[in-house]
Write a protein that binds this ligand. Structure first.
Ligand code: PNS
Length: 160
């Protein structure tokens, strides 16, 4: 049984995330999507809503589970869920520069490996922060995020 963790803030989940999680299921028997958050920071969506949006987006895919951990090291989360690898998507060299030190630190801490998946170019311009900004000012993010996330972003704009 090979299990990986796809970690992130998922504030909110985008189609780029969904693509990476689905591709991870081809590489691992089980994929644990872990919402890692700092309990001292609010974020845009409360953690329970991030989990609901993830469940609606990837929870129905065989082998995928969604969990959350506050104030924990990723390596400890991996140990707790019994994962042997972390899977991350890379959209660009900038992502790689950001991710490489974290991957090396995580391997230093427990020996866990990070598997990088090249992001689908269809979503190369998609990030949680950009879709929030576009939607907040009335832009259409259809196709860049799951429909439930688009609707949640619209509700946010409307004030609830
Ligand atoms: O979606 P994000 O914001 O790029 O995700 C970053 C995340 C949550 C994966 C990263 O911040 C993380 O691993 N946080 C857990 C705390 C930790 O282990 N920090 C040390 C990493 S070297």
């Amino acid at each position: 049984m090979r299990r990986c963790v796809c970690p992130g803030s998922y504030d909110p989940v985008t189609m780029g995330h969904v693509d990476v999680v689905e591709r991870a299921t081809a590489l691992f028997d089980e994929v644990v999507v872990a919402v890692l958050h700092n309990p001292d920071k609010q974020g845009t969506f409360p953690v329970p809503e991030r989990l609901e949006l993830l469940e609606a987006s990837v929870g129905g895919t065989a082998g995928v589970s969604v969990v959350e951990f506050g104030g924990r090291l990723l390596v400890d989360v991996c140990r707790e869920v019994g994962a042997t690898a972390v899977v991350k998507g890379l959209r660009s060299g900038t992502d790689f520069a950001y991710e490489l030190p974290m991957a090396l630190m995580n391997r230093h801490l427990t020996g866990i490996e990070t598997v990088f998946v090249p992001g689908d170019p269809r979503y190369g311009h998609v990030s949680s922060s950009l879709v929030k900004q576009v939607s907040a000012y009335g832009g259409d993010v259809t196709g860049l995020v799951p429909d439930v996330v688009r609707d949640a972003l619209t509700a946010l704009r409307a004030g609830g």
